[in-house]
Structure formats: C-alpha cells, structure tokens
Design a protein around this ligand. Structure first.
Ligand code: GDP
Ligand code: IMO
Ligand code: MG
Length: 431
C-alpha cells in the first residue's frame, strides 16, 4: 500500500484488467504492449497457446501465445498465472524465438506452480473429441485446451509445480488414463516424437522462476506496484457466458482474473474492454451479424483476418451492440478501446446491430440460444471515407468518424478512451 503525501491517506493498489469483448482477436496484444509502460507487472490469467496476440513496432511483428504481451517493454515483470494452461514444448518454441530476437525472458518471466500442463495426449484428446463431434465440432485450435481444463476440474491434472517433484509418476498416471480413453474411442495416434520434444520442453521450463504466483501478485499490490492482467480469447468465448458449446474452456471474463491470479474481487480496478469496429469469429458457432457477401470479404481482406495461430480465415460481420452490451455488463467494463477502425476507412456506410429480432419480437438482451431465428436489426451510419492510419490525435478525426464514436458511446453507455488506427504501436490515439 502507498501513502498519498498530500492527504496522508493510504492508496490501495488495484489490478487493472484488459479483456476482449467479442470472439477473440480484438487486438489485445497490441494494446497491452502500448499500456505496459504504465505498469510494473503484466500477467496472463487464463487460456493457453490457443491465444495468438500480435504486436508490431519498429517494423517487426511478434505473435505471443502463452507469454504476456508486456515482455517487450524493458524491466517489467511478467507472470503466467495459475489459471493458464501451459504446453512446455510450445512455450519453449515461443521463448527461444524471443531470445533469438534479443529478448531474454529468464529474468523477467515468472510462472505459477499451479498452472496446469498441456500433455501431448491432451492434444490427441482434443483431436479425438472434435472427430467424435463430427459436423457439430467446435473448430478448436487443436492445442489440447479443453482436455487440459477438463482434467483440472476433474482433479486429474498435472501442474507446472509437479515438474519439480514426483513428475515422472504423475505424468505416467495421466498418460495412462488418456491412453485408456483414446483406446475406448478407437482413435489412432502416434506421439512418440512429440513426447520426446515435449519432455525437452519440460527441462527447458526449469530455468524459469516457478513460483507461488498468488503470493507474488498480492505482494506486488502491497508494495504499491501496478499490475495489468491480460485476457485471452473474448467474452463471447467464455465457458459460462459465451455462445456455449462453441466456446473455449476457461473463464475469459473479468472474474477469471480473480481465480486465475488469486486476487480478491475488490482488488480489481479499471476494466478495459476491447473490441473491433466490426466483428470477427474463427471456428464454428453462432455469429448473428456475420456477412456472407463481398462486404464481409472486403473486411477480411482489408483487416487481414486470418488466425495468428492456425491461419484460419476469420468470419467477418458488422459490429453487434447487443453482444457488446452483454459483455460490458458481465465484465463491469469501465472504459472501451476500439480497434481496427482503419479497416472501415473506405466504407460508404457502416452498419451496427442495435437489437435482435427473434421470431418477430425485438430484444436488446443477449438470449440463451442464438439460432437461425435470431435476425440482427441494424442502424446505418455514414462512412468517413478518409485514410485514418496516419492520424495521431482526436482533433484530426473526420466528422463522420466522430459521429460513429459518439453513437457507440451513447449506445454502450461507456466511454471509448483509445482508438487504434493500425497495427503498429504508434497507431494509437488516446482521448
Ligand atoms: P489478439 O488476439 O486480441 O491480441 O489479436 P490478434 O493479434 O489475434 O489479431 C489482431 C490483428 O489485428 C493483428 O494482426 C494485429 O496486428 C492487427 N491490429 C491490431 N490493431 C489494429 C488496428 O487498429 N488496425 C489494423 N488494421 N490492424 C490492427
Ligand atoms: P486470442 O487470445 C479467437 C476459439 C477457437 C474455437 C474455440 C475453442 O488470440 O483472442 P479452443 O482451442 O480454445 O478449445 O477453441 O475458441 N478460440 C479463439 N478464437 N481468438 C482466440 O484467442 C481464440 N482461442 C480460442 O477458434 O472456436
Ligand atoms: Mg489472437
């Protein structure tokens, strides 16, 4: 706790949370990198290598999967929290690539003992589950996320802390369980080579500080250090509130930062909610404002909407204010960040979904089920038809863009404090 010299009052430090409000890929990595200079500590609290967070600066592009996006701003501590699921092999590949480009993480990255390990057989189980679902498959990233969280909840998981004590036995027990399931599924697989490399990843992990991160994070707060929690995926992929079952297997929402770091709810400060000026989704599942025409193709092409992890084409559509309002409510968002507004620079008109028509009845409440009968109700706004990518101040905003921002703020009842006009760190406007 710090003391404010002017009032002699104690200042309670809070953890600020940044999270996606749509179906992921909103641009979280870029903004965490931009905000990091204001923080001492950056943490990840859920998800795993299903995430792909892209950062661009000094003409270079980096994609992070398990490592927090605060890693590029010198001298900051980065923590992988207990809520994360970690694949040692993918982690090794990610960390080695960063080391090669001059970013040594060993002194700056700490990993929670309580984070769960993604085993090679978890990846196979992910593929087997998808195959069993057939046409109803989720379209997962194939990284073993669901099976690893399943083992966590069913109390069968292996944790990062286990690599320091009794690992071989714990690994063998978990693997035998998985093999029995795969045998019952009659699912063919060969993990020999993968397992060998994965074990090298386990050895590699040991050079990092493996800690009781809940104590560390709470101590940082006590010492007056500022902490930023970086979400992965997005609210509409949350296991409880997303478009179930087409979701990921963790709580991507603000409350996930409490369970995924071990901080009390009253420690949460600002909640940054991040969204695209339009909307995308990768994988299967409902998407009411999805476009199947040339306008959707145009968004995809201009926005380079291809997955940073799987390379899959992202589905594109208009902004959905019904879903966004729901996400703002669930997360207690205090300020909004609008990304990729430059992608809309050439559009004559822009549509925003303000309600759903469900069997002829209009609603603004996000419903339990999103079937074919849910039709978006749009308002149409005039496009700004101006290249905004070189703009660096709010004063330069075209009138139509200002009107779009005003409209969104009014509808969403939350201020938009940052507007992003391109992928680079510099292409960021604060207001
Ligand atoms: P994340 O998973 O939320 O971190 O987002 P991704 O990195 O998966 O996807 C966002 C993509 O948009 C990346 O390729 C970014 O480089 C890019 N990007 C971020 N902000 C902007 C922006 O304002 N404009 C444009 N055109 N691209 C952006
Ligand atoms: P970032 O952090 C977009 C999607 C997958 C699939 C569903 C479940 O980069 O925003 P999983 O592998 O988690 O079991 O897949 O969730 N998905 C994402 N979509 N961005 C992500 O992460 C995602 N992580 C998972 O496409 O539909
Ligand atoms: Mg991404």
């Amino acid at each position: 706790m710090l003391s404010d010299e002017s009032t002699n009052k104690l200042i309670e430090m809070k953890v600020d949370v940044l999270l996606g409000l749509q179906w992921g890929d909103e641009g979280k990595g870029k903004v965490v990198d931009v905000l990091t200079p204001r923080y001492d500590v950056v943490t990840r609290f859920q998800g795993g290598p299903n995430a792909g967070h892209t950062l661009e600066f000094d003409g270079e592009k980096y994609v992070l999967r398990s490592i927090p996006s605060g890693i590029f701003q010198g001298g900051k501590v980065n923590v992988i929290g207990n809520g994360v699921v970690l694949d040692p092999l993918l982690f090794k590949q990610e960390a080695e690539a960063l080391a090669k480009s001059g970013h040594d993480l060993t002194k700056r990255l700490k990993i929670s003992k309580k984070a769960h390990l993604i085993l090679p057989t978890h990846r196979v189980l992910d593929a087997a589950n998808e195959a069993m679902k057939g046409a109803g498959k989720i379209g997962t990233t194939g990284k073993g996320i669901g099976p690893t969280y399943t083992d966590k909840i069913s109390r069968n998981g292996v944790r990062v802390g286990d690599i320091l004590n009794g690992f071989d036995e714990k690994y063998a027990v978990a693997k035998a369980r998985h093999e029995a399931i795969l045998k019952a599924y009659n699912f063919p697989y060969d993990i020999q080579e993968l397992e060998k490399e994965w074990m090298e990843g386990v050895e590699y992990l040991k050079q990092f500080e493996i800690i009781d991160s809940e104590h560390a994070v709470n101590n940082y707060i006590k010492e007056g250090k500022s902490v930023l929690a970086e979400g992965a995926q997005g609210t509409m992929l949350d296991i409880d509130f997303g478009s179930y079952p087409f979701v990921t297997s963790s709580n991507t929402i603000c409350a996930g930062a409490c369970t995924g770091l071990g901080i009390a709810p009253n420690r949460i400060g600002e909640v940054y909610g991040i969204f695209k000026a339009y909307c995308t989704r990768v994988g299967m599942g409902p998407f009411p404002t999805e476009l199947f025409d040339e306008t959707g193709d145009k968004m995809c092409e201009i926005g380079h909407e291809f997955g940073s992890v799987t390379g899959r084409r992202r589905r594109c559509g208009w902004i959905d204010l019904v879903a966004l309002k729901y996400a703002i409510m669930i997360n207690g968002v205090t300020q909004l960040i609008m990304m990729k507004s430059d992608v809309m620079d050439g559009f004559e008109t822009i549509k925003a979904c303000v309600a759903y028509d469900i069997d002829g009845v209009n609603t603004k409440e996000f419903p339990y089920e999103i079937g074919e009968n849910v039709k978006p109700v749009y308002v149409e706004l005039e496009g700004w038809k101006t290249d905004m990518t070189k703009m660096r101040s709010e004063d330069e905003f075209p009138a139509q863009f200002k009107a779009y921002v005003d409209f969104l703020e009014k509808e969403l009842e939350t201020p938009i404090k940052i507007v992003s006009v391109g992928p680079d760190r510099e292409q960021t406007i604060e207001r």
